[in-house]
Design a protein around this ligand. Structure first.
Ligand code: NDP
Length: 248
């Protein structure tokens, strides 16, 4: 994949910590103006201040991906301030099945499934649809959906894959649904310059990565940043880990 780093405006959801904060940092280090969003305004402010102190053009913005009013307000503020959006990184996510291995597809509660989809799927879909008019105003919009290898049905169904035994059902299903959204949206936008891709960050040392993760956030942000900076000849409608395609 080839990249370009023209001056652009990027928005990252869930940018107050983890892979989101690091993705915002790496985009800002490329000279891109970054909207550092978080559901808690104080966390958005703190993260944007951290990046500003490093010399970045970073701006805090409150955005709870599960709240329609919050999404609407964020879109209005971006429109008033910048008039367009070039890069949307859908990073915000939850993993509520910390007891997985104990809880299974048969026993996981409806509430856990619903709450997981509320953030990981509906949140991502609604944020993307709301920002699409602003992405259409930019010359080469990029949408990066932070998915997971746990979305891969091919690997879950393969007895030789480690994912065959590893099934936090609600989380996996929500990420598979995200990948379906990526494919459908890329098709809808096929005649536009906008590219839509899913990224797997790797197994990263964050709250979601939890025990056993080995990758740093610096490495984990790489897949999404690469897709955010794709040139016009880059792919759309794909699922990638550090530039390599993953099986759906
Ligand atoms: P973290 O738990 O560190 O970060 C999750 C982020 O999502 C936080 O900023 C959190 O905000 C935010 N968030 C949660 N709910 C909402 C909401 N309703 N509105 C806005 N923001 C919200 O985890 P990671 O950095 O690891 O996760 C980032 C993404 O990477 C997720 O989508 C995750 O599924 C994905 N991923 C991570 C992997 C890993 O190994 N770490 C592997 C594969 C995928 P707050 O601080 O307010 O809680």
């Amino acid at each position: 994949m080839t990249n370009s780093t023209n001056h652009r405006v990027a928005l990252v959801t869930g940018a107050d910590r983890g892979i989101g904060l690091e993705t915002a940092r790496q985009l800002a280090q490329k000279g891109i103006t970054v909207l550092v969003t978080a559901r808690d305004p104080k966390k958005a402010e703190a993260a944007a201040t951290e990046l500003s102190k490093e010399g970045s053009d970073a701006h805090p913005l409150t955005l709870d991906v599960t709240q329609t009013d919050s999404i609407r307000s964020a879109v209005q503020q971006v429109e008033q301030r910048f008039g367009r959006l070039d890069i949307l990184i859908n990073d915000a996510g939850v993993m509520l099945e910390h007891e997985w291995g104990i809880s299974t597809v048969i026993t996981v509660s409806d509430e856990t499934i619903r709450q997981t989809f509320e953030t990981n799927f509906f949140g991502l879909v609604n944020v993307t649809r709301a920002f699409l008019p602003l992405l259409r105003k930019g010359p080469q919009g990029r949408i990066v959906n932070i998915s997971s290898i746990m979305a891969s049905l091919t690997l879950h169904a393969d007895p030789h894959s480690v994912l065959y035994h590893s099934k936090p059902f609600a989380y996996d299903a929500s990420k598979t649904a995200v990948n379906v959204f990526t494919i459908h949206l890329a098709y809808e936008l096929r005649d536009t310059p906008i590219k839509v891709n899913s990224a797997h960050p790797g197994w990263v040392m964050t709250e979601i990565g939890s025990v056993g993760a080995t990758m740093t956030v610096e490495e984990g942000a790489r897949s999404g940043v690469e897709l955010a900076l794709l040139d016009e000849d880059g792919p759309s409608g794909g699922f990638f880990y550090q530039g390599e395609p993953l099986p759906w």
